[in-house]
Design a protein around this ligand. Structure first.
Ligand code: PLP
Length: 401
């Protein structure tokens, strides 16, 4: 049977991910086996009909519709997010697509934070608009702009708990109130903050999504996505995932579950390293800007202080070089130990260039208006010794000046 971890600390929930789920079976492995099967067997037609009628827990039919590794991982993320339930998809984008499709119908409007992962904008602009779902952008750090951007058909408001790439923090409780007054749902992408720093559902958000490719997996070796919410919403979102076939594979669910075991440890160390690095960088006049929510100079620092747990502010630090793309190339070539890998959240530090990768789906004008310049580098801080990191980044800055 699954462990009852309700009311336990995140470290306990995470460490016990997938443990001793199958007490009725022999042998009893301590670590959850991988159910690498596309289908499950039945004794006869009565047996399969009983499955369809009763849906007994622990029984499965076909891995696209459900698999023990996927269900186990979903349960753990739901517990970490203090959500009623969760469902999983093959990627973060799979989760975001399914959540939007479950929430919206033709004619609905989605209000999106203007600071958002580029893929979410591209999904709405280039694909879902063909199904008559409209989208507009607003500055979610300005609540009156959010209110004035609502339309009578706004059904969903989408923001991020720490935005990509400028690391702004939004007032989730206020956004939830605005959404609910307008008869809309609030979806928060909690990929950058993780439930270790904030649990948006406790603040009133209806839906939380994760790119599990990032901190939940944590080792840059798997793609996945998770949606958390009420049981009734998760049923609808799971219907989208299983119907369109964007389900998570068993081995990938196992890898993500394995990653979650060390999420609190890893993420805390990454956040502490990021904070030390950001404080060091903030004093450096070779840089145009340093974005990190723990810094008093960050425009949403006070909100971060109020909302975030354990004085942790996430593990991404974004820097603006004084030059443009050439300066970025010079910096990257001078620090070969920090790979340019257009993702984030692995245990090793990596660099990304938002304007040419994650945010290339925005128009040049939008990027300029939102501060996503060509000189911006997003640093995903890992668990290395922070003095080594500072030395390496210093070498990059020396090269650019
Ligand atoms: C904040 C955020 N949400 C969602 C995604 C999409 O996740 P995936 O690449 O797993 O589809 C990303 C990817 O970088 C992201 O940064």
């Amino acid at each position: 049977m699954p462990q009852n971890n309700h009311n336990k600390h995140a470290s306990t929930i995470s460490a016990r991910t997938g443990e001793r789920r199958h007490d009725h079976e022999w042998p009893r492995p301590e670590s959850m086996p991988i159910y690498q099967t596309s289908v499950f067997t039945f004794d006869d037609v009565d047996d399969v009909l009983e499955y369809y009628t009763d849906r007994p827990p622990g029984r499965y039919l076909y891995s696209r519709n459900g698999n023990p590794n996927v269900v186990s991982m979903q349960e753990i993320v739901a517990q970490l997010e203090h959500a009623e339930n969760a469902c999983a998809s093959a990627s973060g984008m799979g989760a975001i697509s399914a959540a939007i499709m479950a929430a919206c119908s033709a004619g609905d409007h989605v209000l999106l934070s203007r600071e958002i992962y580029g893929g979410t904008l591209v999904l709405l602009r280039t694909l879902l608009h063909r199904f008559s779902i409209t989208v507009s952008l607003a500055d979610f750090t300005n609540l009156s702009e959010v209110v004035s951007s609502l339309t009578p058909s706004t059904r969903l408001i989408i923001g991020e708990s720490i935005t990509n790439p400028l690391l702004s923090v939004m007032d989730i409780k206020a956004l939830a109130d605005i959404a609910h007054d307008a008869g809309a749902l609030l979806l928060i992408d909690n990929t950058f903050a993780t439930p270790i720093v904030i649990r948006p559902i406790e603040l009133g958000a209806d839906i939380v999504v994760h790119s599990a490719t990032k901190y939940l997996g944590g080792h840059s070796d798997v793609s996945g996505g998770v949606i958390c919410g009420s049981s009734s919403f998760i049923e609808q979102a799971n219907h989208v995932i299983t119907t369109i076939g964007s389900n998570l594979a068993p081995f990938d669910a196992w890898l993500i579950a394995r990653g979650i075991k060390t999420l609190p440890l890893r993420f805390k160390q990454q956040c502490l390293n990021a904070q030390t690095l950001a404080i060091w960088l903030a004093k450096d006049d070779r840089l145009q800007n340093v974005y990190y929510p723990a810094l008093a100079t960050h425009s949403t620092h006070h909100l971060a202080q109020r909302q975030f747990a354990e004085e942790l502010y996430g593990a991404i630090v974004t820097i603006g070089l004084k030059g443009n793309r050439d300066a970025v190339n010079t910096f990257m070539r001078a620090v070969p130990s920090l790979p340019f890998a257009p993702s984030l959240a692995g245990v090793t530090t990596s660099l990304s260039h938002p304007s040419t990768t994650s945010h290339r789906g925005f128009t040049e004008q939008e990027r300029k208006a939102f501060g996503i310049t060509d000189g911006l580098i997003r640093i995903s801080v890992g668990i290395e010794n922070v003095k080594d990191l500072i030395e390496e980044i210093d070498a990059g800055l020396i090269a650019t000046t």
